[in-house]
Design a protein around this ligand. Sequence first.
Ligand code: FAD
Length: 287
Amino acid sequence: MKTVEFFKKKQVLSFEVFPPKRTSPIETIYSTLDELKGLHPDYISVTYGAGGSLNNNKTLEIAANIKNRYEFESVAHLPCINLTKEDVLLALNTIRENGIENILALRGDINPDITPCTDFSHASDLVAFIREHGDFNIIGACYPEGHPESKSIVDDIYNLKRKVDAGVSQLTTQLFLDNEYFYTFRERVALAGINVPIEAGIMPVVNKKQIERMVSLCGVHLPTKFIKMMARYENNPIAMRDAGIAYAVDQIVDLAAQGVDGIHLYTMNNPYIAQKIYEAVYRLLAA
Ligand code: FAD
């Protein structure tokens, strides 16, 4: 099933997982998925070499298992920066053969240790290529605070419009910690004539290291109440985890009330956190 169909019925709730590191056995992700199985997200997406890492070879295998063994709709992330057109065609064949209908088409994070391929410069090039080679539901990434490389928010939204026009039918945002950025972004994209569903990407922040990485990678704004929470609990991991969960739930309650199309939960492969958030919000999104 194409995940865009879910938005016609309700506010969507999806989960994101990532493949285990190369040094960890593949089974670690399946024990995570075993625990997520009792929850009922509308779909689960699987990252591919996020952060420019090379642990991407298992993405399609995991996405296929989510679809065929766990019987959730799955989304395969596909970043193109280090792929040739032939690589993409091979990936599309594997995706198709496994009955996966949904692809998050990305440019990908630039890894300074890898010289990028030149077949695709932007995600919109990949979107057009996928559209040409199959009947997939194509999802795109977007950035409420602007993509860190973009010249301006206006320029970024102009590029987003080109990406959607190339064949994207739903969008998922980068994480944000201040919902006001999301509401302003939602207005701006509507004014730009972008009218596909937008899922809000929510990452429960549960330790200080995670924040430092996030700020350096995505340049996300840290609100004062968030900084105070971190300062108060940074040396108490359990309290920090619980505060991070509560913060994410608070964001989701506000987003749900303000008519968000969906919530995409970055689970960090942590079933405990996914379960706590799911239990707190699933009735709100189903209402
Ligand atoms: P693009 O849409 O190509 O945009 C990148 C930059 O180029 C922006 O500044 C944009 O304004 C600009 N731009 C776009 N088109 C043009 C154009 N035609 N001309 C000039 N400038 C242009 N990365 C991974 O490696 N693996 C993952 O699994 C992964 N999952 C993600 C999931 C989500 C929900 C999100 C939000 C991001 C994810 N990323 C992942 C990160 C993503 O790959 C990076 O943020 C990357 O830097 C940009 O990817 P994009 O697809 O948004 O690129």
